[in-house]
Design a protein around this ligand. Sequence first.
Ligand code: SIN
Ligand code: CO
Length: 385
Amino acid sequence: MIDTRMALCWPRGLDARRFLQCYWQKAPLLVRGALPGFRDRLPRARLAALAQREDVESRMIARTRRGDGYRYRVEHGPQNARSLARLERPDATLLVQGVEAHVAQARAVFDAFGFVPLARRDDLMVSDASPGGGVGPHVDSYDVFLLQARGRRSWRIARAFDEALDEDAPLKILARFRAEQEFVLEPGDFLYLPPGVAHDGIALDACATWSIGFRAPGARELAHDWLAFVDDRFDRDARYADPDLQMQRSGAWLSDQFVERSRRMLGRLVFDRARFEEFLGAYLTEPKAHVRFVAPARPISFERFVETARINGVALAAASRMLHRGRYLFINGEVATVPMRARAHARRLADHRSLDGAHLPADVDGGRWANALYDWYCSGYIRLR
Ligand code: SIN
Ligand code: CO
């Protein structure tokens, strides 16, 4: 195991709390030497091997000069030897998503940004580029820490910019980008960008950048999934009722009472608070499309699982996402109700991603907690330590 714990080094006068107060979602921030002693232990060959897997999302982005701009080509993964060979020439970038689920050092770096609540975390993307490589000037809807892992990259950024996109590009690239500021990042430096700041990163040498990304759900996608969730659980027999109906002066008037009562009927069905909490936790822990969990080929019995877990403890699988709220524990898009006496353990597992054996009494509430853990073990969501 390498670098299992890593702490960020903030400039004088700044710490995680002050960062959230002064910069988070507000302003870009460059931090030099944020990870003292950090050395990228993810060689290009290892990243390339990940990019060839079906269960890993990747893109190869190559560009060639066209007039005073570039023409871009994108190849979606899984990559092959031919597409990967493009990295041997200038102006190419290999992007690999979700690396924290596969590389221990990436997980440790991801966790070094643990001062941002887990519900906001997205993933760690590694971008490995040949000199001149870049994905073009663009804007993200994400908060991102762009950590320079190897080599140097120049970042040009602008808070005010022309939003017009390059119509011919296969990516969302700004057609007329003019930088307001430029920074050259060296290994261990990071640049924080809130959503909506245009940026353009260009590899000055063969270099690697690790993007620690934080998502914020868009109202449109959230509403879409929420309405689908509610539709499945709707009380289909609920109906407008007016046993107190009165005569109206204008028979054609759609009365206040009709509008208000219908609104309240729907409000009760659609905006049920407990149901919404259940939905949101499941939504935020939903694995990305590429993620596959590996179930044990020959799972051990429940009794042996409990016995071993009580000695060695359990840990979340690297790709698992877990959140807790009240009696609910959310894991990979599923919801479990945790018995009162097991809640402290459940939270510990969600916060620390692992649980010591001593925290695992088998008989908590008739073994319901142990049963849930066993089910997750069988699904590949957790493993024995
Ligand atoms: C990159 O690292 O090449 C792109 C990351 C980004 O612009 O968000
Ligand atoms: Co970006």
